[in-house]
Ligand binder design. Structure first.
Ligand SMILES: Cc1ncc(COP(=O)(O)O)c(C=O)c1O
Length: 423
């Protein structure tokens, strides 16, 4: 047992909850187990309470009664929902965001379109520590086209340094692909600075906003962002596998052609014309029929999100992660943990990563023995995710308190063999 002076007692966290202007939003989510501490909204956001009835209506009235006639209404949902996400979460204009496919597929489509638009340039820059799907897709594109992919070395805890990027930007760079918030460390980049540096070098930037949309006030238009993609099942709470968003700056849209020439991108789609001729708007980046029921779930999720300006969500998110860092300093650092996220909240997204040699076991034991869900990322990270729409300050306090007790009781040392493929 490690003796440490606790200066933030639970009453302090309770006081922060009582003073939290967003505390009422928590009850808009379904809670099966009130004792569960859920600190993994950065992986999968929770179920908004209204989603179930709404999906029932879409199924029964739309699919059941309306049958194929309902496509008259459904056909615009990708854009309508895209416009809502653009306005509330992304700082983009109507007609610049659409929902389609997965983040992986959208990243492929937009990266390929950007590369095709710069045939004289043969280099792609990406963060060597970016989420695997992004790295793999770029490896594939570079291999298939004989291009050079340069992985930029970033600090595992602090993220990519702007100087590293600036040094690599040259006249041969066609495309830069970066996550605004790192899935590992939570490190947050300066979007405007990156866009400006890339624009000076004549390169396009494709952002992955999966860990930013809904918690960071993203300003795509104000920072003159070119392209972006992102998941909707994390902080946007669209549910497992909900379709991803893609953004293309208005004036770039007609210059870019994506590689999947499907009928949802086709001008006069129902004319069933002989040759592919893409639309002039954001729909040209669509491919095929969207997963309608999954897309529908974003409606009630956005109803919840729109109740709080993202600046307020950010404000609370900073205070939640500050509390997590402070408690980690007091309780966990003396027990062998290390902060693997930026200490400066201005440089951090909405999760905090803690490195520990037994992080995998700790994550499993937290779930099975302490009723706390966070997650593990290889090789040694525990990610503590806070979602300001529903995470309370007492959740953070209780979650880290249970972690501290788990370590003291060695509750992670005699776990049964892992059986799940998922961490
Ligand atoms: C940064 C980032 N990009 C992409 C993805 C995955 O995208 P997809 O929805 O295609 O699986 C994730 C998944 O967690 C992610 O964290």
């Amino acid at each position: 047992m490690v003796a440490t002076a606790v200066t933030v007692n639970r009453a302090v966290a309770e006081g922060m909850d009582a003073a939290d202007p967003l505390r009422g939003l928590r009850r808009l989510f379904f809670r099966a187990d009130p004792q569960l501490i859920y600190l993994d909204g950065n992986s999968l956001g929770p179920l908004p309470a209204a989603t179930r009835d709404y999906l029932d209506d879409v199924m029964l009235d739309g699919w059941g009664a309306g049958l194929v006639r309902s496509w008259e209404t459904w056909i615009d949902w990708s854009r309508r929902l895209g416009d809502r996400i653009a306005a509330h979460a992304l700082g983009a204009a109507p007609g610049e965001v659409a929902l389609s496919d997965s983040t992986s597929v959208n990243l492929y489509k937009l990266a390929a379109a950007a590369l095709d638009a710069a045939p004289g340039r043969r280099t792609i820059l990406a963060d060597a520590d970016d989420f695997p799907t992004n790295r793999y897709i770029l490896q594939g594109l570079a291999d298939q086209r004989g291009l050079t992919l340069i992985p930029l070395r970033s600090d595992p805890s602090l993220g990519l340094g702007l100087d590293t990027l600036r040094d690599a930007l040259g006249s041969d760079v066609a495309l830069v692909v970066l996550s605004l918030v790192s899935y590992r460390s939570g490190a947050l980049l300066d979007m405007a600075e990156v866009n400006a540096a890339a624009a000076r070098a004549g390169a396009l930037v494709l952002w992955d906003l999966s860990h930013a949309a809904g918690v960071i006030p993203v300003r795509l238009n104000a920072s003159r962002a070119d392209l972006a993609v992102g998941a909707t099942y994390k902080y946007l709470n669209g549910g497992p596998g909900s379709p991803a968003f893609l953004y293309v700056r208005g004036e770039l849209q007609h210059q870019l052609r994506q590689p999947i020439w499907g009928w949802f991108g086709q001008r006069d789609q129902f004319q069933m014309g002989e040759r592919y001729s893409p639309r002039d708007d954001i729909d040209r980046f669509l491919a095929g029929t969207p997963p309608l029921l999954s897309m529908a779930a974003l409606g009630p999720a956005l109803d919840v999100l729109e109740q709080a300006p993202v600046t307020e969500l950010r404000d609370k998110s900073v205070r939640l992660t500050e509390l997590a860092v402070r408690l980690a300093d007091e309780w966990l650092m003396p027990r062998g943990f290390r902060l693997a996220s930026p200490r400066d909240p201005a440089r951090r997204g909405s999760h905090v990563s803690l490195a520990h040699p037994q992080a995998s076991l700790l994550s499993r034991a937290l779930r099975s023995r302490m009723n706390v869900v966070c997650d593990f990322r290889a090789p040694d990270l525990l990610r503590i995710g806070t979602t300001p729409l529903y995470t309370s300050f007492t959740d953070v306090w209780d979650g880290l308190d249970r972690l501290r007790r788990l370590v003291d009781d060695r509750g992670h040392e005699n776990l049964p063999e892992a059986t799940s493929r998922v961490t």
